[in-house]
Ligand binder design. Structure first.
Ligand code: PEP
Ligand code: MG
Length: 583
C-alpha cells in the first residue's frame, strides 16, 4: 500500500527516487554497563568509530572545498580536531574504565563538553558548540550503528529524496548535489530558509510534512512533488504513471514559459511592470539572468554567510557582487545588506535566542558590529563601480537605523578614498518595509531613502503574529489578510507622494494570484524567484490594470483573507482563464 503525505510545496518539480532518511539529532543511548574484561574492546570501539567519523568528515571536507571553497571546508577541520583531541579521548577512556560502554561514555563526555563550551565567557568557545553537536551526533550514530544518521552516505547518481526533520545550515553544506535530487522536511514553510534555498538550488522540495521522518524509511521508493506539495511513499504503478505524466506536462509547460520569458512585462492595457529576480546564491546569478528578469530586485547576501563559520572578507564579497552584476549587465542590481539571524544562521557562532525572529537580526546585528558591517559596505561601494548597484537595508524599524547605516556608508567611502581604492559614493540607499512600524512611519523614512521594497514574508509574520517558519501555523500565514493589503496600500501611497519606487520582493510577488492583487493595489515593481519570472510575466501580459484595481479594491473590503482570495481568483480566472496557470 502506498502512503501519501501532504506538506507545503516549497520548490517545484517532480522526483521519483529512493528515500534517504537523515536523523540529524543526538540518538537515544541505551544504558549498558560493562565488566572489566570488556574494557579493551570498548576502548577499541571508540577508536574505530572516531577513525570512521574522521574519514567521513574528510570526504565531506573535500566536497565542501570543491563546491564552496576553503573557508566553508574549514568547518570540518574544526570537527576533525575535536575528534582527535587528546583530552576528549582520555576523558572518554576514563568513563569506559569506570564500567560504561563506549557509546555511553562518549555521550556523557560530549554532553559535559557542550555544556561547558556553551557557558564559556569566551565567544570563541561558545562558537564551537555547533561543531561539538555535529561531532556528538556523528560519532554516536557510528557507535550505535544507525545508518539513518549520515548525510554523506548517499551514493552519487542515487537521485535520492533527502527526508529530514529540518535542513540546518551545517547539513546544507553537506548535501551532495550529484546524489540528492529532492528534499522533504517535517519542519519549514514556503518562506523559511530551507524553502528559499531549495528554490535557489533548483531542487524540488516539500516542507512542513510534520512527521515524514517517522513514517518513511531509507530505501523506500517515493514520488516527491514539489509543485503540489505531496510525498508518496511506496507508490503503486498507477501513481508512478500519473507522476510521469505530470512531470511530462510540467516539462512542456516550462518549455512554453521559456518563450514567454523573453517577452516584455507589459499588461494587456499597455502598463509596464518592472519584473526583477531574487538572487540568493551568487552562483545562481547566471541562470537567474536567463529567466527574463530585468535586473535583481533582491540579492540575499546572508547566504554568503549561512552554513559557514567565518564572514567573507571584502575581496570575497566584492567578487560575489561583481558576479551578479556581470550576469545582469545593464540592469539594476539591488543588494541587501546581511540579514543574518532569524532562521538564517552561520554555523556555530551565533547566540541562542528564545525568539530569533524578534531578536538580534539583520540591521540590528550589523549596526552593533560596525567593523563587520563596514567590510560589506566597502565591498558594495566598490562593486558599484561595475554597474547600477543599489543598497538595501533589511528589517528597518526606526529612522535612527537608517541614519546610522548611512553614516557608516559614508565612513566606508572615506576609508576607501584614504586607501585609494576606486568606488562610487552616490550609491542609492533604500530600505525594506517588513515591519508595521516601518509602514506606519514610512512618511518619515521616505525623506531619507531612495526606495522602498516590501518584504511580505516578514511583513505578514510581524503583522499577523504568525511565525513564518512554523509549519503548524502555515494555514494562518495569509498574505491576503486585509491588514497586510492595507499596509501595502499605505506604503504605496507614501512612496507615490515622495516620488520613490515601491517594489515587492517577498514570496507573495512570486505567486500569480497575489501578483495580480499587488498590481491591482498599484505595485509596478515586482521581484520574484527566478523560476517564477515567466509565470508572473504571463499573468502580467494577460491582465488589464483596471480589472486588477477593481479586484484589489474588492479584496481590500472583503474582510477576510479567504474572501479576498475568492474575489481575486474569480476576477483573475475571468481575465486569463484557469488552466494551465495553476495560480
Ligand atoms: C521578506 O521578508 O519578504 C524578504 C524578502 O526577506 P527574507 O525572506 O529574506 O526575510
Ligand atoms: Mg525579510
Amino acid at each position: 500500500m502506498s502512503l501519501t503525505l501532504h506538506g507545503i510545496p516549497a520548490s517545484p518539480g517532480i522526483v521519483v527516487g529512493p528515500v534517504h532518511l537523515l536523523r540529524w539529532e543526538v540518538p537515544e543511548v541505551p544504558v549498558r554497563e560493562i565488566d572489566e574484561e570488556e574494557v579493551p574492546r570498548e576502548l577499541q570501539r571508540v577508536k574505530d568509530a572516531s577513525a570512521t567519523a574522521v574519514e567521513r568528515l574528510r570526504r565531506v571536507r573535500e566536497r565542501a572545498e570543491r563546491h564552496a571553497g576553503p573557508a566553508e571546508a574549514a568547518i570540518f577541520d574544526v570537527q576533525i580536531s575535536v575528534i582527535d583531541d587528546a583530552d576528549l579521548r582520555s576523558r572518554v577512556e576514563s568513563v569506559v574504565k569506570q564500567g560504561f560502554a563506549a557509546e555511553r561514555a562518549f555521550d556523557v563526555v560530549m554532553l559535559q563538553w557542550r555544556e561547558h563550551f556553551a557557558r564559556s565567557p569566551h565567544a570563541m568557545m561558545r562558537e564551537r558548540v555547533g561543531d561539538l553537536l555535529d561531532v556528538h551526533i556523528r560519532v554516536l550514530s557510528i557507535l550505535l550503528g544507525l545508518p539513518d544518521h549520515d548525510p554523506v552516505d548517499v551514493p552519487k547518481g542515487a537521485n535520492a529524496i533527502l527526508v529530514t526533520h529540518d535542513l540546518t545550515p551545517s547539513l546544507t553544506v553537506q548535501i551532495d548535489r550529484e546524489a540528492v535530487a529532492g528534499i522533504a522536511t517535517d519542519a519549514g514553510t514556503r518562506t523559511s530558509h530551507v524553502a528559499i534555498l531549495a528554490r535557489s538550488l533548483g531542487l524540488p522540495a516539500v516542507v512542513g510534512l510534520l512527521n515524514a521522518t517517522e513514517r518513511l524509511a531509507t530505501g523506500d521508493r517515493a514520488i516527491l512533488d514539489g509543485t503540489t506539495g505531496s510525498l508518496v511513499a511506496r507508490p503503486s504503478d498507477a501513481e508512478l504513471a500519473a507522476a510521469a505524466h505530470r512531470a511530462e506536462r510540467e516539462q512542456r509547460e516550462s518549455t512554453r514559459l521559456e518563450g514567454i520569458a523573453r517577452e516584455e512585462a507589459v499588461t494587456a492595457d499597455g502598463v509596464r511592470i518592472v519584473l526583477r529576480a531574487n538572487v540568493d546564491l551568487p552562483d545562481e546569478a547566471k541562470a537567474a539572468a536567463t529567466s527574463g528578469a530585468a535586473g535583481v530586485g533582491l540579492m540575499r547576501t546572508e547566504f554568503l554567510v549561512v552554513g559557514r563559520t567565518t564572514m567573507p572578507d571584502e575581496e570575497e564579497q566584492l567578487a560575489a557582487y561583481k558576479n551578479v552584476i556581470a550576469a545582469f549587465e545593464g540592469h539594476p542590481v539591488i543588494i541587501r545588506t546581511f540579514d543574518v539571524g532569524g532562521d538564517k544562521l552561520p554555523v556555530g557562532g551565533y547566540p541562542h535566542e528564545a525568539n530569533p525572529f524578534l531578536g538580534w537580526r539583520a540591521i540590528r546585528m550589523c549596526l552593533d558590529q560596525p567593523e563587520l558591517f563596514k567590510v560589506q559596505l566597502r565591498a558594495l561601494l566598490r562593486a558599484a563601480v561595475h554597474g547600477d548597484v543599489r543598497i538595501m537595508l533589511p528589517l528597518i524599524v526606526t529612522l535612527d537605523e537608517v541614519r546610522q547605516a548611512r553614516a557608516l556608508l559614508q565612513e566606508s567611502a572615506r576609508e576607501l578614498t584614504a586607501r585609494g581604492v576606486p568606488h562610487r559614493e552616490d550609491v542609492p540607499l533604500g530600505i525594506m518595509i517588513e515591519t508595521p512600524a516601518a509602514v506606519m512611519t514610512a512618511d518619515a523614512l521616505a525623506a531619507d531613502v531612495a526606495f522602498f521594497s516590501i518584504g511580505t514574508n516578514d511583513l505578514v509574520q510581524y503583522t499577523l503574529a504568525v511565525d513564518r517558519g512554523n509549519a503548524g501555523l502555515a494555514a494562518r500565514f495569509t498574505p491576503l489578510h486585509p491588514a497586510v493589503l492595507r499596509l501595502i496600500q499605505r506604503t504605496l501611497e507614501v512612496g507615490a507622494s515622495h516620488g520613490i519606487e515601491v517594489s515587492v520582493c517577498g514570496e507573495m510577488a512570486s505567486e500569480p494570484l497575489m501578483a495580480f492583487a499587488l498590481i491591482g493595489l498599484g505595485i509596478r515593481n515586482l521581484s520574484v524567484a527566478p523560476r517564477s519570472v515567466a509565470r508572473v510575466k504571463q499573468i502580467v501580459r494577460g491582465i488589464h490594470t483596471s480589472v486588477a484595481a477593481e479586484a484589489a479594491a474588492s479584496a481590500l473590503g472583503a474582510g477576510t483573507a479567504a474572501a479576498a482570495e475568492q474575489v481575486l481568483r474569480a476576477r483573475l480566472d475571468a481575465e486569463v482563464g484557469t488552466s494551465p496557470l495553476g495560480n
